[in-house]
Design a protein around this ligand. Structure first.
Ligand code: RB5
Length: 150
């Protein structure tokens, strides 16, 4: 598995810790920035990570900003991306099981580093359930994309 990871200045303290976690787990990753505390627009980092996942260059994406909100809004505008905005382990697990989310977004100003690590772990280690009802709903999301993101 290859993970695309990105943050804005609001997630700059957490990203290195998550990268350390990925390295310890032997998970391949691409760091799309940002790399310092200079104020930047979350849009470009969310787009870079989401495009890498949508194009199949990476399998999953992780986005961190202050709240995770801006990142998730942008990510969900990219065709093929289902971004879960999760601040607890249960939601991170469920967004994989039920929504087959391929990008996770959360806020450094919302969760501490320990919980953040567990959220990422749940997201990366949980497979889509594949249940017919969930697959049907994910396909309905794809149909909306086909209609609205031509
Ligand atoms: C940056 O101040 C902050 O607005 C951003 O990190 C994020 O929380 C936006 O949704």
């Amino acid at each position: 598995m290859k993970v695309a990871i990105g943050c804005d200045h609001g997630g700059i303290n957490l990203k290195p810790l998550l990268i350390e976690y990925l390295q310890k787990k032997g998970i391949e990753y691409v760091d799309f920035g940002c790399h310092d505390k200079t104020s930047v627009d979350y849009n470009e980092y969310a787009l870079a990570v989401s495009n890498a996942v949508a194009k199949g260059e990476c399998d999953k994406g992780v986005l961190i900003c202050g709240t995770g909100i801006g990142m998730s809004i942008v990510a969900n505008k990219v065709k093929g991306i289902r971004c879960g905005h999760c601040h607890d382990v249960f939601s991170a697990k469920m967004t994989r099981l039920h929504n087959d989310a391929n990008v996770l977004a959360f806020g450094e100003r919302v969760v501490g580093p320990g919980l953040a690590m567990e959220i990422v772990d749940a997201f990366l280690t949980t497979d889509f359930s594949g249940d017919e009802r969930h697959a049907r709903r994910v396909n309905k999301i794809r149909a909306i994309e086909e209609e609205n993101m031509k």
